[in-house]
Design a protein around this ligand. Structure first.
Ligand SMILES: Nc1ncnc2c1ncn2[C@@H]1O[C@H](COP(=O)(O)OP(=O)(O)O)[C@@H](O)[C@H]1O
Ligand SMILES: [Mg+2]
Length: 337
């Protein structure tokens, strides 16, 4: 099968953070490909390096985060290594918010409390798309309507504090997609919302993807939302991709014990909270001074010193297109534990 050129190719992304306790290796050699119009999910517990990875794409990590590697963006307007662009360079300003945009868990970080929602959406349009304020306003009303905000012609003149949490999340999505970006990065976009609104927001994202054809980089700690949203999945643990492949294969034959743990923690009927939490023992360690052998070893139900600690584990292709960073993944193929 020949695949189109990826829209975005991350190669050997490393992010080191200088801390009082030493160098924190938050991202340790990540490779990812996002294809045009498709959704790649990035899943892992809190603290695994998902947000730093996604923010590196837009160059919005704090200055104490040192990134290396490459992030090749093959846009309709040209190709760039985003990591090589200087912060504040004209190119990155033309890309951010226009060709790649981002939505967050907390919509208040996207909006200023001082301006109306309409002003803030129009401002982006006036920067990238049109010079005509009336056109921008009409486009802003249209996009608010499309994300399911009722009476957008009235709502447009309200301030962020006049919106409910779910509505603000919709407005943030509207602002992110109003310029029809080629890539939308969604970092835990529904984590703070209740389940019903979560489902509505995910559905809106999918409808907009169908309509505009944008690719989505969907970041979550919850395997449950991955199945309905994604074409491909990358599972991240302690700054590394430990498994990736098409969503069907990851769900039908998870290879890495960490992925299996995440799948076991998807809430099901009749499962209590304790059972859910117990599916992966222990916690994500702080990545300072870690060995370069398997990072999951201390928490792994299959840990076997002689096998697992012999060398750093490469990402192995266990079946075509399906990779896992585990020396024991191959032997287990297909078998249930
Ligand atoms: N600005 C920072 N300074 C120090 N440590 C940080 C900073 N940002 C993130 N980290 C650390 O880097 C690791 C990865 O963080 P993050 O990318 O936010 O993880 P995730 O999004 O998967 O929860 C964590 O150990 C976190 O504590
Ligand atoms: Mg995060």
């Amino acid at each position: 099968m020949t695949r189109p050129t990826p829209l975005l190719s991350v190669r050997d992304l490393r992010i080191d953070i200088n801390t009082m306790d030493g160098v924190l290796k938050a991202v340790r050699g990540v490779d990812l490909d996002i294809h045009p119009g498709k959704t790649l999910g990035l899943v892992g517990e809190s603290g695994c390096g998902k947000s730093l990875t996604s923010k590196a794409i837009l160059g919005i990590n704090p200055p104490n985060c040192k990134a290396s590697g490459s992030i090749q963006f093959n846009s309709a307007a040209g190709s760039w290594d985003l990591l090589a662009l200087k912060p504040g360079a004209a190119e990155i300003r033309g890309i951010r918010g226009r060709r790649i945009s981002m939505i967050f868990q907390e919509p208040m970080t996207a909006f200023s409390p001082l301006y109306t929602i309409g002003n803030q959406i129009s401002e982006i349009l006036l920067l990238h798309v049109t010079r005509d304020k009336r056109v921008a306003r009409a486009m802003a009303i249209d996009i608010l309507g499309r994300v399911g905000i009722a009476s957008p012609e009235k709502r447009i003149d309200q301030y962020p504090h006049e919106y409910s949490g779910g509505m603000l999340q919709r407005a943030m999505i509207a602002m992110a997609i109003v310029c029809k970006p080629e890539l939308l990065i969604a970092d835990e976009p529904t984590t703070a919302l209740d389940v019903t609104i979560q489902a509505q927001i995910l559905q809106i994202m999918q409808e907009l993807q169908q309509e505009f054809g944008m690719a989505i980089f969907f970041i979550t700690h919850d395997m449950g939302t991955i199945a309905s949203m994604c074409d491909e999945v990358a599972v991240m643990y302690l700054g590394q991709i430990v498994e990736n492949g098409p969503v069907r294969q990851i769900f039908s034959q998870p290879l890495h014990p960490y992925t299996r743990g995440l799948l076991a923690s998807i809430p099901r009927m009749g499962m209590d909270a304790e059972e859910r939490l117990a599916s992966i023992k222990g916690q994500v360690p702080v990545p300072i001074g870690l060995p370069d052998t398997c990072g999951f070893y201390p928490r792994c139900p299959l840990a076997e010193e002689a096998v697992c600690l012999q060398a750093p584990v490469p990402l192995l292709e266990i079946e075509p297109g399906h990779f896992a960073r585990c020396f024991k993944a191959k032997a287990k193929g297909g078998q249930d534990e």
